[in-house]
Design a protein around this ligand. Sequence first.
Ligand code: IPE
Ligand code: IPE
Ligand code: MG
Length: 224
Amino acid sequence: MNPLNHVAIIMDGNGRWGLKYKNSRNAGHKAGLNTVEKIIKETIKNKIKYLTLFAFSTENWKRPKKEINYLFTLLENFLTNRINDLHKQNIKLKILGSKKFSPKLNKLLYFSEKKTSKNDKLQINLAINYGSKSELIDAFKKIKKNQSTITEKNLSKNLQTKNIPDPDILIRTGNTKRLSNFLLWQIAYAEIFFEKKLWPAFSEKDYNKIIKEYQNIKRNFGKI
Ligand code: IPE
Ligand code: IPE
Ligand code: MG
């Protein structure tokens, strides 16, 4: 059975789900938050140490202002209401991506990270305003500035994911087979699962099915 330390998820399909069932994309984002809660619980049950959730990409700024505002209000409310409970559950929150939001949200993000920084049951990496290409460029710039050599180890150490093991599993819901600028370096050897269901419809059962399938994969890492 393969060890499982890290699951990364591209939570796609909220908009389509919302339009289909509630005639509103934003309603889909709201429903998607329930799936987030369910998957966090199930991740703990499965004793997985790292869960990375892609919530907003550097490209998502191209969306209508109204939708962007709604998403960040959702996030703000979620953190305000839930951070104490996450902390009590010994969950550590880490933000991936650059924190260039409203002063209020920036503050809340820093506060949430600091408050939970010593926790060690589960680390949730929330990728917001995250793009893998800009993360890589920043890493190369840092290496250049420090006049150190470009090696795999050095590059990994200069990414925002330093100290986080690479994902074992990458899941993308929403019936689309692409990576959309997510963790391009880190998923070099991840087992990838493209899931047809839209994120709000993704269940614990679907999640556990993927985990089970993963456990039986022969992971070669180049060997035979
Ligand atoms: C993913 O769902 C969530 C975000 C990108 C914020 P989408 O909003 O992309 O949903 P679809 O793909 O349009 O259905
Ligand atoms: C990827 O979904 C980003 C997140 C889930 C946050 P998108 O819906 O933005 O991806 P594209 O634009 O369809 O590739
Ligand atoms: Mg989408």
